[in-house]
Design a protein around this ligand. Structure first.
Ligand SMILES: NC(=O)c1ccc[n+]([C@@H]2O[C@H](COP(=O)([O-])OP(=O)(O)OC[C@H]3O[C@@H](n4cnc5c(N)ncnc54)[C@H](O)[C@@H]3O)[C@@H](O)[C@H]2O)c1
Length: 251
């Protein structure tokens, strides 16, 4: 097992990609805090990790709320005495054209997808620096690298998180903390079910060289790699897990 005994927090882990990450980390021996704004769903999700033979602990958190983030971090340290891995995965995926994006939607999207990762990242990195090291993986998106229609707020937040990843990596490398990002392309989860109609799915089918959507487990495997000792010299990298979508050209 690559992560035996390590203590991890995965935000937004009640379902979708976050839950797949929680399962994958726990299969490698990590003890996983399943953190989500949906407290009941986090409890259910943690139970599925335990049922599969792993160790998991649910906690309710709003990553956009500094007080909620502090109490989560303190609770994890009080319970396990250490923190080795953070996966900043919580996110919301509202879609609206630029001219129609309301200030409320803009603010909430930036608050959860960018400020949330900043708040949780800072709280956890402080603990990791004190203990001499750790791993942080931020879940960004191809939408943070390409100008997709309807992705003004979401794409801007994810682009910001990509840059924040590099700044964190540069500032924390000498203190033993590796910070990297995984940028999924379209991945079959509830977020995508809500946002992609049949025409969008067909278009992606043509644009993605692998000719299909990703599966949450495939994103999770990349996260496990970045959390493992095999990635000890990888700092500030954004790993695209997108079936070749961002690599593709016009022909
Ligand atoms: N599914 C995709 O195609 C895709 C592609 C690229 C990037 N992503 C990113 O991957 C991550 C997971 O996406 P998903 O598709 O699994 O979505 P999802 O909607 O299935 O899961 C997101 C989880 O985050 C939680 N959450 C939302 N706001 C929160 C908050 N304020 N505090 C704590 N938890 C909160 C939700 O309750 C939910 O459980 C997101 O950051 C998303 O932007 C997804």
């Amino acid at each position: 097992m690559k992560l035996e005994g390590r203590v991890a927090i995965v935000t937004g882990a009640a379902g979708g990609i976050g839950l797949a990450i929680a399962h994958a980390l726990s299969r490698e021996g990590a003890i996983v805090t399943v953190a989500d704004i949906a407290g009941d769903e986090a409890r259910h999700a943690a139970a599925t990790v335990e049922a599969a033979g792993g160790r998991a602990w649910p906690i309710a958190v709003d990553v956009a709320d500094p007080a909620s983030v502090s109490s989560m971090t303190e609770a994890v340290i009080a319970r396990f005495g250490r923190l080795d891995i953070l996966v900043n995965n919580a996110g919301i995926g509202r879609t609206a054209l630029f001219l129609e994006t309301s200030i409320e939607d803009w603010n909430r999207t930036i608050a959860v997808n960018l400020t949330g990762a900043f708040l949780v990242g800072q709280a956890c990195a402080r603990v990791m620096v004190q203990r001499g090291g750790g791993r942080i993986v931020n879940i960004t998106s191809t939408s943070g690298q390409r100008g997709g229609r309807g992705r003004a707020a979401y794409g801007a937040a994810k682009a910001g998180l990509d840059l924040l990843t590099r700044v964190m990596a540069v500032e924390l490398a000498a203190q033993g903390v590796n910070v990297n990002a995984v940028a999924p392309g379209p991945t079959d989860t509830k977020m995508v079910e809500a946002a992609h109609d049949a025409a969008t799915r067909a278009a992606y089918g043509r644009l993605i060289p692998a000719a299909r959507y990703g599966r949450p487990e495939e994103i999770a495997e990349a996260v496990v790699f970045l959390c493992s000792d095999a990635a000890r010299y990888v700092h500030g990298h954004t790993l695209a897990v997108d079936g070749g979508f961002t690599a593709a050209g016009m022909m």
